[in-house]
Design a protein around this ligand. Structure first.
Ligand SMILES: [Zn+2]
Length: 217
């Protein structure tokens, strides 16, 4: 365990920054009180255009959008702590804690994960699992790098995700209710394809949750 002194020194030289407004925050905080105050009290619940329902604490815009971009592309892993808390709040809000046995996440391709150094959805999933005391398992593997979904139109997005995920540890998915974590849900095509593969592994019910839903109001 780190000592209070080390915590103090670290926070003096490398203070944590609020993921949303970038102000320095105390070491025991995951976001500043002002941003916490402004957070949506009703999480988002949306039917994606791929027909997959998804819940999320945020819609993908403004400071939340910038913070997720920092998290993914500038490797600001600290942001995950705040997202994980909000995901837990969303799970509590919708009373779904007992509706899943195991947590999994949308995988990255090996190339992308090596480039980035981490999988953003996996990082959040692990924190959510720890906090809810639920097992987190990789149940999917991305077998090739596809084009970025946001550069494509709807029909292209469906094609772009076809056959890119494979089941792993299928024995853990069989007969289980699963919470599937993604970072940003847009059209839902990625989630839809992940659900299809998990059902092929014998998964029972799947609940999709993201940090943010694009286009959610
Ligand atoms: Zn803030």
């Amino acid at each position: 365990m780190k000592s209070k002194f080390i915590d103090f020194m670290l926070s003096a030289f490398f203070p944590n920054k609020c993921p949303y407004c970038k102000k320095n925050i105390k070491p025991d905080m995951t976001e500043c009180p002002e941003c916490l105050e402004k957070m949506p009290t009703v999480p988002k619940k949306a039917m994606t255009s791929a027909g997959i329902p998804c819940i999320a604490p945020f819609s993908y815009d403004g400071e939340v959008r910038n913070s997720i971009i920092d998290f993914k592309f500038n490797s600001i892993a600290f942001n995950a702590e705040s997202y994980a808390k909000r995901l837990c709040f969303t799970i509590e809000y919708y009373h779904i804690l007992d509706e899943f046995d195991i947590i999994t996440f949308v995988p990255l391709s090996k190339i992308r994960k090596n480039e980035r150094g981490f999988n953003q959805s996996e990082t959040v999933a692990k924190l959510v699992g720890e906090s809810l005391d639920k097992p987190v398992m990789p149940l999917l593997k991305k077998i090739r790098q596809n084009k970025n979904q946001h550069d494509l139109n709807f029909a292209e997005r469906i094609e772009n995700v076809k056959g890119i995920y494979m089941p792993v540890h299928a024995e853990y998915a069989k007969g289980k209710n699963i919470l599937l974590i993604d970072d940003i849900a847009t059209t839902g095509n990625t989630l839809s394809e992940c659900c299809r593969v998990l059902h092929e592994s014998g998964a029972n019910n799947i609940i999709c949750i993201a940090i943010a839903i694009a286009g959610a109001v």
